[in-house]
Write a protein that binds this ligand. Sequence first.
Ligand SMILES: [Cu+2]
Length: 607
Amino acid sequence: MLTMNRRSLLGAGAGAAGLLGAAAFTPAWARGASLNGRHIRAGFDEVSGASIDLTIGEGPRVVQGRRGHAIAVNGSVPGPLVRLKEGEAVRLNVTNTLDEDSSIHWHGLLLPFQFDGVPGVSFPGIRPGETFTYDLPPIRQTGTYWWHSHSGLQEQAGHYGPIVIEPAGPDPVQADRDYVLLLSEFTPMHPHTIMDKLKKGEGYFNYQRTTWTDDYPLSGEDRRMWAEMRMMPTDILDVTGSTYTYLANGHGPMEGLEFLFNPGQRVRIRVINGSAMTFFNVRIPGARIHIVAADGQNVRPVPVEEFQIGTAETYDFIVEPTGEAMTIVAESMDRSGMAVATLASRPGARAPVPALRDAPLLTMADMGMSGMDHGASGEMDGMNHAAMGHGPQNPASTQQPEPMEAMNMEGMNMRDTSMLPPDVEVGPGIDMVAMNPVDRTGDPGIGLDKVPHRVLTYRDLVALEPNDDLRTPSRQMEIHLTGNMERFMWSFDGKKFSSVSEDPIRFAYNERVRVKLVNDTMMAHPIHLHGHFFELVNGAPADRQPQKHTVIVQPGGSASFDLTADESGDWAFHCHLLYHMHAGMFQIVTVAPQGDAPEQERVGEHG
Ligand SMILES: [Cu+2]
């Protein structure tokens, strides 16, 4: 069994060389058949055509010597790559051989709500032994997406896979090679056990507790201050590498996933974060990469050397690898482990794998105290509390790179619920209120503000093609992301979702709304709206705001998007961290069916 410690080094060529090159052809066994106790295979086949059969099964699984029980689709984890084509209809026949209900949600796809695949919201779910047919009309989009179970915690157990939609015409992104890199996690622990442990003790999986180590740049006073707040500056991810093995297309870091290239070739990598709970920092040491798509939508190419990908997001990038091999590193945001793949000029070629970097610490900005910083002095002592929460915010300074310095907490009330709008339910579900939440779309993400190279931020994203709805939003809506970390309670506006007490978020058909998400917690949340794309308000011109289906809202900060509610029906809206969703950070969005509201003309819409 392999555990990767901080600063541990995976040597070049460690493990079996070239176990399963993604370029190599693997036989398509078990397609449409149940597993019958056979071992689940790592890596995926591809399915395409007008009618596609998928079978949900279960069986034993081994990753780097760790054994577990897993759910697989068509016999593998991840399940097969579903390759679709723009303009073509498809029938997806999904058979459930589990002894419990299951489902498939097509993440990022525009489709009739009854085929969105969320039990209790848009369909009843798929009973044991039954087949549900998702009858999708001609596909209206292109790009990189994924699919996963929306039943219970099945996604954690392996029930997910990639989707690629080919454009009907020429692809504006030209590449010689085209690969999918699906990032996820493996744990032998049952997902319900993880949920129980999270409920029992906050920080259960945090083996980087400051109280356990001595090498964090924190004074005794810092530590006391964090303890008084009952928070930990290392509380970056709820579940960590102490439990998870991070996977690249189902392969552990020692299992040698490789993507072949010939020198001089442009390689497209479609990165999908199909994990349950992990944000990854992706980089290729020694290479500059060009981000060409976000959440399936083409963007103007952005040259970067690293980017953070939240759970459920997708990014496509182009790289021209040099030398014999280059390593693709996907380090978990808390740096407790990594997924690894190799760009190899010949099978088995390897480049060095860098050590895990030092674990990051949360900052003032992550506590919702942006703009309360103290300039370059690094001194928090004697700060002027009267100045807090006032004065103009410079968006460029929303990053607070210094770790939380010792400070006098007197006069600061991080639980001042009077700052919340009246529709937020105040109760035990809220243990923090961001005192001064500012727009943090200019932040590269936790731990990446000090790296010595260029990192992507949301503000770099500019849509490649102009958007078609340029109306000014007629309404603004504010939604607070709320939680009580200690009790692992998560909610929107302080209201934990339960199907019996549903009070959906309502939009009129074709309404244009600006939605501001305010994060009153110290964790980053990837918020996903089903069935739609929204335009991120990131400073790009209105017609070039990037379209996304998932937005990370940084801790203690905010993010806004403009939404045209033009897909009728009931849609899920939730945090894509699986256990946050399960704990209640979930809501239903209802778009009134077409005809209920007068249609307004859409600027620039043709046909
Ligand atoms: Cu969350």
